[in-house]
Design a protein around this ligand. Sequence first.
Ligand SMILES: Nc1nc2c(ncn2[C@@H]2O[C@H](COP(=O)(O)OP(=O)(O)OP(=O)(O)O)[C@@H](O)[C@H]2O)c(=O)[nH]1
Ligand SMILES: [Mg+2]
Length: 467
Amino acid sequence: MIHPLRRQPFRSRRSVGLVGLFYSGKTVLLTSLIAHLRNHDPDRLPLDPSGSDDELTLLDELPPALCAERFDVDDHYNRLSVADWPAKTDRLSEYRAELVIGRKSWWTIDLSLVDLPGERLADMVIARHPTFEGWSDTVLGVFRKFAEFAEVARPYFDTLGRNLAEDDVLLAYRTLLATLHSRFMPFISPSSFVLDPEGVPIDARLGPSPPCSVAEAIRRKAERGTCGLSSSEQFAPLPADVRERAPELAAAFAQRYQRYRTQLVLPFARALARCDDLVVLVDVTVLLEGGHGMVNANRAFLEQVLSYVDPGLSPGRQLYAAAVSALSFGLTRLEHVRRVAFVATKADRVVRDDRDRLLDLLSRLTRPIIRPHLATKHLTVEHLIVAAVNSTWSEPGDPPDMLRYNTPRGEVKAPVSRLPDDWPDHFDPGRFRFPRPEPSLPRARIKVPPHINLDRLARFVLDKKTV
Ligand SMILES: Nc1nc2c(ncn2[C@@H]2O[C@H](COP(=O)(O)OP(=O)(O)OP(=O)(O)O)[C@@H](O)[C@H]2O)c(=O)[nH]1
Ligand SMILES: [Mg+2]
């Protein structure tokens, strides 16, 4: 778009999607970033390391362009400022603003930042597969591939071997999903099982429950959860031989799968795939706390997301994109993800001396997943560690494995796990422990959240060359 009478006659469009599992820190990251964009202070968020043209001005906040819902930054910020983390996200939302960087620029940036509930990302495997048969084969393939999935999935396969009554198949699959959920393994598809189509989490649907055994909790979730648009619209993956043996069941599941895919999955999957850049959040500390099973599940999940988004441009599409851009004087862009930043979030949960190790662990996890895309396409990939709201500190003389932070009981000083140089071959949940602080934020709005490396993420988002 061109505005000949303005000081910045040109306007470029940029959209960035934040993806990551539930609890990976997307909403906090976006809230903190927006707070910094609204009150930009070059000393706290340096955008140009040379310091020559470091001024960012937010001109206007705009209605969303990629989805229906506005990102409720004020509500999230208000909670942070009273030492409470934001509520979990229940739907796709977008923050959109017009910005100008530097004093001499001829361009304004129309920037969209997209946030989504982490659970829905497990449905990217549905977005990737137009048919129920393809989805079934991929999901069951993942369950067979990793030992920790295979163990959880065995009773489901046993059920399919002896009983193909619809209700029994669905209950067996919901039991499988409930078991994954109880182990924090993020491969729960359809995601309606943990976050129903209205955005209500399964724990909220169950309501408060008396303390009970893990087996009882799994049974309750399996009874109440829904794998589909509603209780009469449920489906579960079926292997090829079962699809042959029970064609009516397979046909019913296939129709429900199509309705689920069209109504719930494709709208957000398309919004993400249309982004120029993706910020992929990985909470390495939670993966260490969760054990190797969680690392494997996270890896399988990231592979599915990147396969659907298919980031990068093949040489042919790169040429086409360059031609489109040249013919429109750079004002039209081919909508496709071309840059990916992998971000290890909550870097304040590890001691300062371990931040390099945090970056190494992130890179070791994500490099094998992104390499096939990098090998064949034009794609920019960055790796960063960030704390959106730095909520821990240490004082001179504190031991090297100690952090200080606020909790509802007041300030504590506690030991934290040191990071390994590489992912251990085998590690069970509980071997690593990191703090869960309250957010520490200045209440005066002209102040901005303390952070670690948020400036580097901002440079990526704004496409400032030096990250
Ligand atoms: N110490 C620390 N904890 C953080 C930070 N960011 C997030 N957290 C913690 O991580 C939790 C989840 O953060 P969210 O931003 O809500 O996570 P999300 O990815 O949006 O999760 P969903 O909405 O469920 O998809 C918060 O409630 C905090 O406990 C951070 O910068 N530092
Ligand atoms: Mg969220």
